[in-house]
Design a protein around this ligand. Structure first.
Ligand SMILES: Cc1cc2nc3c(=O)[nH]c(=O)nc-3n(C[C@H](O)[C@H](O)[C@H](O)COP(=O)(O)OP(=O)(O)OC[C@H]3O[C@@H](n4cnc5c(N)ncnc54)[C@H](O)[C@@H]3O)c2cc1C
Length: 427
């Protein structure tokens, strides 16, 4: 029997069966059958989460082979598309029709259903996490029935970032907007002091800003700007040659620690379509490092400078295990399990070398440093936060759990991970 792993190879699925559903009816039959026999089911996306979050002791069902079948509603300004569709595929389809999404994560390879279920985000002070673009969901519920939920329905804000905890989402409706162009620029060796002096201005310097650091020294290794271009104007005079005493790198193929530059989307200020600049990695490339573990916490952006100071004090412990840290931002939202729920967000991300023991050993110090700032976890990445702690920092977890228990009283979609983090009740 072949062992089935997640993308990074950090988790081997225990589920005895993985089904690639070819149709919504197949998902319905599978869930309905499991419900009748007391079995369990979990949705599996493109396997980019780092833990046992998606696992099950029953059947894993993935919707990535169900045709995307995108349907535009021009009047509503939305597209409805198969939940298993990768963001990059959806983006290319929209771009061909002169349309765009508001943002993308670093990888275009990730399924829409899996990304929105864990609160995946890109960057930008004014940009909500990717899940905020969701205006409708079609999901197979615990009885095997197909249910449509739309923005504004009671409980909808609890379903979008839903961790697969109440059903299998088969189609997603996303807000779209007219296509736009973006240029990507890299500033190197940016002084920390200058960035922290007005952190809100620094993270808001472009449509999307990413700060890459190894936590050592007085300068930030790279700051990436993704500047949204005015339609028809690709000159963008407001991207300066130097920013906060740091020079803009003219190279179009940058580098990220131990990543092939050819895997990255084009930099050096060359304008391109939104979907070919907002992700860090190219759809046709091998993304990121691969042999890695990721961890990420979300704090209130206003606490950014204090939290960064606390983490810089741990720099010597963090750096040997780290490939890179990326700091990104998002606008506050009202999705119950969003990392940006009711607060403008700073996302503090760590891409670790694949050294599980050493990484586990350093996480308590990081979580302690971030504790005063009420750090919330990224649901798809590794952390050690207890259910009690998560309930303190994510104020709607209890509401979400109640909702999921009501929709799925038998726990068909629950698993050990969801019980451990308090998103489903123990059974
Ligand atoms: C290289 C890399 C880069 C990343 N970059 C970012 C980033 O830029 N920003 C960020 O925030 N995160 C990022 N992540 C994390 C990633 O976006 C999340 O882990 C996301 O959940 C992965 O989606 P997936 O389709 O692989 O889901 P999976 O890992 O397969 O599943 C994750 C969860 O979603 C649920 N799920 C999946 N599909 C469905 C469905 N159809 N219906 C209901 N529930 C479903 C599963 O049950 C599970 O609980 C990155 C991860 C990697 C490996």
């Amino acid at each position: 029997m072949t062992l089935e792993r997640n993308w990074a190879g950090t988790h081997t699925f225990a589920a005895p069966r993985i089904v690639n559903a070819a149709s919504v009816d197949e998902v319905r039959a599978l869930v309905g059958g499991a419900a009748r026999t007391g079995g369990r089911v979990r949705a599996l996306g493109t396997r980019h989460s780092f833990t046992d979050l998606a696992d099950s002791d029953g059947t894993l069902v993935t919707v990535i082979d169900i045709p995307a079948d995108p349907v535009l509603d021009e009047a509503a300004g939305t597209v409805t598309i198969g939940a298993g569709t990768r963001y990059g595929i959806a983006a290319a389809w929209l771009a061909e029709r002169g349309l765009a999404l508001h943002n993308m994560g670093s990888l275009p390879h990730i399924s829409i259903g899996g990304a929105i279920a864990t609160g995946t985000h890109g960057s930008g002070n004014g940009n909500g996490i990717l899940s905020t673009a969701v205006s409708g969901l079609d999901y197979v519920d615990a009885q095997g029935d197909l249910v449509h939920a739309r923005r504004g329905d009671p409980g909808f804000d609890g379903l979008v970032v839903g961790l697969g905890a109440y059903g299998v989402v088969v189609r997603v409706t996303l807000d779209v907007q007219p296509a736009y162009r973006v240029r990507q620029d890299v500033f190197r060796d940016v002084p920390w002091d200058a960035v922290l002096a007005d952190f809100e201005a620094a993270t808001g310097a472009a449509y999307s800003v990413s700060i890459f650091t190894n936590w050592l020294g007085d300068t930030i290794e790279q700051v990436w700007w993704k500047t949204r271009l005015t339609p028809g104007d690709d000159t963008m005079p407001e991207v300066p040659d130097s920013w906060l005493e740091a020079d803009r790198d003219p190279l179009t193929a940058g580098n990220l620690v131990e990543t092939d530059p050819n895997n990255l989307t084009l930099q050096g200020g060359v304008p391109g379509e939104w979907w070919e600049r907002l992700p860090h990695f190219r759809l046709e490339s091998t993304p990121s490092n691969g042999d890695e573990i990721q961890t990420e916490y979300f704090i209130d952006r206003a606490d950014g400078p204090a939290a960064i100071a606390a983490l810089r004090a741990l720099g010597e412990r963090i750096a040997p295990l780290l490939l890179v840290t990326e700091l990104r931002t998002a606008a506050a939202d009202k999705l119950w399990l969003s990392g940006a729920y009711h607060r403008d967000m700073l996302a503090v991300h760590f891409t670790w070398r694949n050294l599980p023991e050493e990484v586990h050993a350093v996480l308590p110090a990081i979580e302690e440093a971030l504790a005063p700032f009420g750090a919330r976890p990224h649901w798809g990445k590794l952390n050690l936060l207890s259910a009690e702690r998560i309930a303190e920092v994510s104020p709607r977890v209890a509401d979400a759990r109640d909702l999921f228990e009501r929709l799925d009283p038998a726990g068909t979609f629950s698993n050990a991970h969801l019980e451990r983090i308090g998103v489903r009740r123990p059974r």
